[in-house]
Design a protein around this ligand. Structure first.
Ligand code: GLU
Length: 431
């Protein structure tokens, strides 16, 4: 196989990645693993070319009678190992380049954890906070109809991501079922439990961050009890990780969200903070901590740093400043490649997103399996299996990193790319 040379190092010509942009970051991460792939390394070129990119117009009637147009995407990055799998994000900054990178990270994540899925991701460029519930439902249903031809339980299975939740998954499933005449619960995961969802799915990503975090801390001989933890993001991932770490005796010393940042060297009360966020819409002004400048979050003395918001947050400058010994990537793609190098040179361990935040898609896999079987497991069974799967993957990656003398991210990419490219080679090219 003699695959075409890349354009601008990012493969395809329809985006222009930079060294710190999401697709540029993903490609750099693939490139770092490529030299370790032996006879498969010539196939890494395929990872620069998403299999399928769909851009859709999502027009809806707004509550005031006007028509709003929103841009939506679904990218299937690679389907060699199974149907596409990955969330749908609603955010005002969503771009095609970002969704491509997020789909690429899903390909690698699903392979690193060894789930029988390829990688996909979707997004709509909207500010969901500016929409009414009815408008949000219309956006969700029209977007689902537009991507309908390429999704399905055995084609591509969406799930929640930033600003999407179980209600949005219920609307997506219902729309798909109305359009196809099927009653297929397995078309999306992260659904409400009484509609074929799985127990434990809502907290699964944050739980996975905690489980991987504890395993990494064991390896680094860092006690969890008393550890100082700083978290960027207090959404579905950050708030659950905060709660579990606090419950294990760690001190949550700072939290930053999109509206501000707060700190308390003695540890923030997570239950009180969650109530405050529920009332006020953000962590700002929480009386149980000191309000600090958002940028000052990165200077707060801590042992563990958990970026659990958006990609590209851990820049080179912030990597040079952090006092953490361990970074747990709750978000997808939070660390740019130059920051990775700085962290490595400072002896700071990074538990990479493709392992650290894989608890969510792992329980999505359980949900999909339960839907096919129409037989549902207990929450304890789910949490036990989740812990076993992510810990097993983490230990494999840790051993690979030691054997190859590379950071954990590169080790995870080596393991994952071996699986993806082996599947690609065995399938061969059609025609
Ligand atoms: N959005 C989550 C992620 O980035 C979960 C995806 C899924 O469950 O399919 O991993």
């Amino acid at each position: 196989m003699n695959e075409r040379a890349s354009v601008l190092n990012g493969g395809v010509s329809y985006v222009r990645p930079s060294a710190t942009s999401p697709w540029g970051t993903f490609i750099a991460q693939v490139e770092r693993a490529a030299p370790f792939l032996g006879p498969l390394s010539y196939l890494t070129e395929t990872l620069r070319w998403p299999k399928r990119v769909l851009i859709v117009d999502v027009p809806i009637e707004m509550d005031d009678g006007s028509i709003g147009h929103f841009e939506g995407y679904r990218v299937q990055h690679n389907l060699s190992r199974g149907p596409g799998k990955g969330g749908v994000r609603f955010h005002p900054a969503v771009t095609l380049e970002e969704v491509m990178a997020l789909a690429g990270w899903m390909t690698v994540k699903n392979a690193a954890i060894n789930l029988p899925f390829g990688g996909a991701k979707g997004g709509v460029r909207i500010d969901p906070k500016a929409l009414s519930s009815k408008e949000l439902e219309r956006v969700t249903r029209r977007y689902t109809s537009e991507i309908g031809p390429i999704i399905g339980p055995q084609k591509d299975i969406p799930a929640p991501d930033v600003n999407t939740d179980a209600q949005i998954m219920a609307w997506m499933m219902d729309t798909y079922d109305m359009n196809t005449g099927l009653a297929s619960t397995g078309v999306v995961t992260g659904k409400p439990v009484h509609l074929g969802g799985s127990l434990g799915r809502v907290k699964a990503t944050g739980r996975g961050v905690f489980v991987v975090g504890c395993a990494a801390m064991r390896r680094l001989a860092m006690p969890v009890e008393g550890a100082r933890v700083a978290i960027q993001g207090f959404g579905n991932v950050g708030s659950v990780a905060a709660d579990l770490f606090a419950g294990a005796g760690a001190r949550i010393v700072a939290i930053q969200d999109s509206g501000g940042a707060i700190a308390n060297a003695n540890g923030l009360s997570i239950a009180e903070l969650a109530a405050h966020r529920h009332r006020e819409g953000g962590v700002s002004g929480f009386p149980g901590g000191e309000t600090i400048e958002r940028e000052a979050f990165w200077d707060i003395p801590c042992d563990v740093l958990i970026p659990a918001a958006l990609e590209g947050q851990l820049t080179a400058a912030r990597a040079a400043r952090t006092t953490a010994r361990l970074v747990l990537e709750g978000a997808n793609g939070p660390t740019v490649p130059e920051a990775d190098d700085i962290l490595a040179s400072r002896g700071i361990t990074v538990a990479p997103d493709v392992i650290c935040n894989a608890g969510g898609v792992t329980v999505s896999y359980f949900e999909w399996v339960q839907d096919f079987a129409s037989y549902f497991w207990t929450e304890d069974e789910i949490n036990d299996r989740l812990a076993r799967i992510v810990l097993d993957a983490f230990e494999h990656v840790w051993e690979m990193a030691a054997k190859r003398n590379v950071p954990l991210r590169t080790a995870a990419f080596i393991l994952a790319c071996e699986r993806i490219l082996k599947a690609h080679a065995e399938r061969g090219l059609y025609p």
